[in-house]
Design a protein around this ligand. Structure first.
Ligand code: KIV
Ligand code: NA
Length: 265
């Protein structure tokens, strides 16, 4: 397979070919995601929820993100790999942001980083880009700011926040970001943003009129089951299937059906 690069993605947008992106946090799942033909693998700080069981994305550390990212990098031969800079690893100042991004690139050998926010973190993004590290932006609902928002509801429904979001997207393109994630905003606004910039806009809960889509892997596989926002399409019900498979194993052990004659040495 030919590796997907940041240039591939920008070319895809120009051609009108949609970009598929999913999260992964470990080797085994990343191998499947990559093999299935997903263009971009996001090592998201949603690992904080999905892998570690925290309520928010805030607790996960840079070291933990690097551990997840290095596992994914060892698995993926084709997908472009982007890694979230976790909360607290880039907000203090641009130098800290660059140091964190360099650690991710060197220690995990991923291909790019993602940061949440617009003009507040402009200088940090510029620093990282100046070091030759590709940056994906993330606007709209930014879960690292959950305590500022107070809820995970749709963002930018008001005119003022929508205008700010469009300005931020244009700024991210101008300074050199290669793509932007738009999370949970009205579809009409996402469409307007995608039409206002030439870099790919990857939506999650942002409607169909963007350049690509991203979902959290464990959500779309139906492994998580308390979480059911409108934007989430479940392709499997692995929570139920796994519960039943594991239940059968428990039964087989109890009734001494496992292992059988062929399964022993
Ligand atoms: O961490 C994550 O999974 C993300 C996606 C929801 C875009 O940032
Ligand atoms: Na994230």
């Amino acid at each position: 397979y030919k590796r997907v690069t940041v240039k591939t993605l920008v070319d895809m947008k120009a051609r009108g070919e949609k970009i598929s992106m999913l999260t992964a946090y470990d080797f085994t799942m990343a191998k499947i995601v990559d093999g299935a033909g997903v263009d971009v693998i996001l090592v998201g700080d949603s690992a904080s929820n999905v892998m570690a069981g925290y309520e928010t994305t805030l607790p996960i550390t840079l070291d933990q993100m690097i551990y997840h990212a290095s596992s994914v990098v060892r698995a993926a031969n084709r997908a472009l790999i982007v890694v979230d800079l976790p909360f607290g690893s880039y907000q203090s100042d641009p130098k800290e942001a660059l140091r964190s991004a360099i650690r991710i690139m060197k220690e995990s050998r991923a291909h790019s980083v993602k940061l949440e926010g617009g003009k507040e973190i402009k200088e940090s993004i510029k620093r990282i880009l100046n070091a030759g590290i590709p940056v994906m932006g993330h606007l709209g609902l930014t879960p690292q700011s959950i305590y500022k928002f107070g809820t995970y509801t749709v963002r930018a429904k008001e005119e003022e926040e929508a205008k700010r979001l469009i300005a931020d997207a244009k700024m991210l393109e101008r300074i050199g970001c290669y793509a932007i994630v738009l999370e949970k905003i009205p579809a009409a606004l996402a469409k307007e943003v995608a039409e206002s910039v030439s870099i790919p806009i990857i939506g999650i809960g942002a409607g169909p009129d963007v350049d690509g889509q991203v979902l959290v892997l464990h959500d779309m596989l139906g492994m998580t089951h308390e979480f059911h926002p409108r934007f989430l399409r479940r392709y499997l019900n692995l929570y139920d299937d796994m519960t039943s498979a594991i239940g059968q194993y428990v039964d087989d052990v109890k009734k001494q059906d496992f292992p059988n004659e062929e399964e022993k040495y």
